[in-house]
Design a protein around this ligand. Structure first.
Ligand SMILES: [Zn+2]
Length: 273
């Protein structure tokens, strides 16, 4: 009996949600997704052209209930960072057993990281790299390294991570011309890994002993990836100075305002590292 919370039902998040919710252990889902389905989404998404103009969150709910009428589905068609919804979102996080992040922007990833850390919940994050040249799946457990720890480590050790913005779910974001869209096939490969590792965490309480982050290359890219289809496992340690999870720091942010400050500091630190 597992209660899931997921942020993001774009072209990457939706197949993850679909695959994870096929598992009968999942009995309840809270989905946070503010976007309206757009014509340019159709080429990479599960939803048809006729769904354009409707909320992705509502479409996702219908998709799930057509396959799992027994599933309890709660959708919040709002931004994860919406201060007006903070209490509602915190309530959903506090009652969840596991989280899935398929957000396309760093602010949302850090917000989800802080929330999951504060409430002590395990979670997973999938990231398709721009152009679909590969992707990451990260696994986080209470007491282990958080996304802040992992992101700062990977930024130093993996050249591909930051200069190429992840393109997981929103190829048509604020500036679509600067992001090379990934193919549906590339998104599907990483989404499948993300779903598989999420389901694996329902059984394995200490997956970080093996690895925290898994990178699969899908293309050979000179100066970035020597080979296509090569897996890399990263076992990232907790960072003593991580602004999200360090123990000697101020207590985990307890209000939206404090969280905003922690987020700003974390983002500034990423930019300066
Ligand atoms: Zn951390």
């Amino acid at each position: 009996m597992v209660n899931l919370i997921q942020v993001g039902a774009g072209s990457g998040g939706m197949p993850v949600l679909d695959m994870v919710c096929r598992d009968p252990r999942i009995v309840r889902v809270t989905l946070i997704e503010p976007d309206v389905y757009k014509p340019h989404n159709v080429v990479r998404h599960l939803f048809p052209l006729s769904a354009v103009g409707r909320l992705k969150a509502e479409l996702a709910r219908e998709w799930l209930l057509e396959r799992r009428p027994d599933l309890e589905v709660d959708v919040l068609a709002c931004d994860l960072l919406d201060p007006a919804m903070a209490a509602r979102i915190e309530d959903a996080v506090s009652t969840a057993d596991i989280g899935v992040c398929a957000a396309d922007n760093e602010e949302a990833k850090y917000r989800f990281d802080a929330l999951m850390h504060r409430f002590g919940k395990p979670w997973t994050l999938g990231e398709v790299l721009a152009g679909g040249i590969g992707g990451f799946v990260h696994r986080f457990t209470p007491g282990g390294p958080c996304y802040g720890c992992v992101a700062s480590h990977l930024q130093r050790s993996v050249t591909v991570d930051r200069p190429k913005a992840p393109d997981y779910s929103q190829p048509g974001g604020a500036a679509p011309e600067v992001t090379i869209p990934a193919s549906k096939a590339a998104i599907g490969v990483i989404a499948g890994l993300h779903a598989q590792m999420t389901l694996g965490m329902l059984e394995d309480s200490k997956p970080q002993a093996e690895f925290t982050s898994f990178l699969l290359t899908l293309e050979r890219v000179p100066d970035i990836f020597d080979e296509a289809y090569r897996p890399y496992r990263f076992r990232v340690a907790r960072s003593a100075d991580c602004l999200i999870c360090r123990e000697d720091a101020a207590p985990a942010p307890s209000s939206a305002a404090e969280l905003d400050v922690a987020l700003d500091q974390a983002l500034a630190r990423l930019g300066n590292a």
